[in-house]
Design a protein around this ligand. Structure first.
Ligand SMILES: [Zn+2]
Length: 332
């Protein structure tokens, strides 16, 4: 990850476990991933056998079919047994498939728990990034650890030390990466439902997929959608602000207007909610383009950029700058 981004993104990285695969035990962090204790493991029935399950990291979705359960994302390792337990409280049918929307630790950290009984499926780049993560950590984190120590940031130091210790001892074949991967699209057929997995590059990362439950008409957006929050664009993992906009547009064009939308983070919503996130991206890109046109440097732009309409969004204080910086780099 680019050094310059690290300061601004540190708190998010702590929670999202960027570059974490089978990762070290995550530490609870004071940011948007935290929910009130009574709000962890909340199950929300949606439509056609599809449910949303809120945890501490990325939202889980699952479909209960006649002979199999299909789960989207696995949360963190420490709470994945609780996730499985909650699904079990809804159905005793076997969990046969787990789809990962991308490689971040708050979406794949629980893969190890699912691996003994579920086929784990994701886009090719998710597997690649998970298997590469120890190398990336050993390459990038020691320097960042030095800086965190100098800055006296105890939380970052702890996170980085845990990550390095994990990367030093993990064996690649211990990483619970997807065993079935695909290039652009894949369909899972369970009972009368078709679960469509669409790769939408490059957006949040270069391995993103959205999962569309066709008959139920429910879509799980992965981290292509932070509902009423500033999104994180992981440029170091091949993400792109312009790509993010394009990816949301592609999904919007493919789903019916009455689709139910599960975001990667935040509450379940509808197409209008998703379009709100799309508007945020458009506004950031417009602001960056206007600044570039006016001849302002990136530093000048970042020092002055302000979109008051989004001040109430989680992440406006930290992730907003990162999104703006990435937008500035990308706009013509
Ligand atoms: Zn993510």
């Amino acid at each position: 990850m680019a050094k310059i981004l690290f300061r601004a993104l540190a708190s998010l990285l702590l929670a999202s476990g960027v570059a974490f695969a089978a990762g070290p035990p995550p530490t609870p962090t004071p940011d948007h991933h935290d929910r009130k204790p009574d709000d962890v493991f909340r199950v929300q029935p949606l439509r056609g056998g599809v449910y949303a399950l809120y945890g501490r990291g990325g939202n889980v979705g699952f479909f209960v079919g006649p002979d199999a359960v299909v789960v989207v994302d696995s949360e963190f390792k420490d709470i994945a047994p609780g996730i499985v337990g909650r699904i079990r409280s809804v159905t005793d049918r076997p969990i046969k498939y787990l789809v990962n929307t991308h490689h971040h630790g708050d979406h794949v950290g629980g893969n190890e728990v699912f691996k003994p009984f579920a086929v784990i499926i994701a886009q090719d780049n998710v597997r690649k990034r998970m298997l590469d993560s120890p190398q990336v950590i050993l390459r990038d984190y020691p320097k960042e650890l030095e800086e965190a120590k100098k800055a006296g940031n105890a939380e970052d130091v702890q996170f980085l030390e845990n990550a390095i210790a994990w990367a030093q001892k993990v064996k690649v074949d211990e990483i619970a990466a997807p065993m079935v991967t695909f290039d652009s699209e894949l369909r899972i057929h369970v009972g009368g439902e078709t679960i469509e997995v669409w790769h939408t590059p490059p957006a949040h990362t270069d391995g993103d997929s959205v999962v569309y439950f066709a008959k139920a008409n429910v879509v799980h957006m992965g981290d292509l959608f932070f509902h009423d929050m500033v999104p994180f664009v992981d440029v170091a993992s091949g993400g792109s602000v312009m790509g993010y906009a394009t990816a949301i547009d592609k999904v919007v064009a493919r789903v019916p207007p009455d689709v139910i939308v599960i975001p990667g983070h935040g509450e379940v919503t509808d197409l209008k909610g998703l379009k709100g996130a799309r508007q945020f991206i458009a506004d950031v890109l417009d602001a960056a383009a206007a600044a570039k046109k006016a001849g302002r440097t990136k530093q000048e732009f970042l020092a002055s950029v302000d979109l008051p309409a989004y001040k109430g969004y989680d992440g406006y204080k930290d992730r907003f700058q990162g999104a703006c910086a990435a937008a500035y780099d990308e706009v013509p």
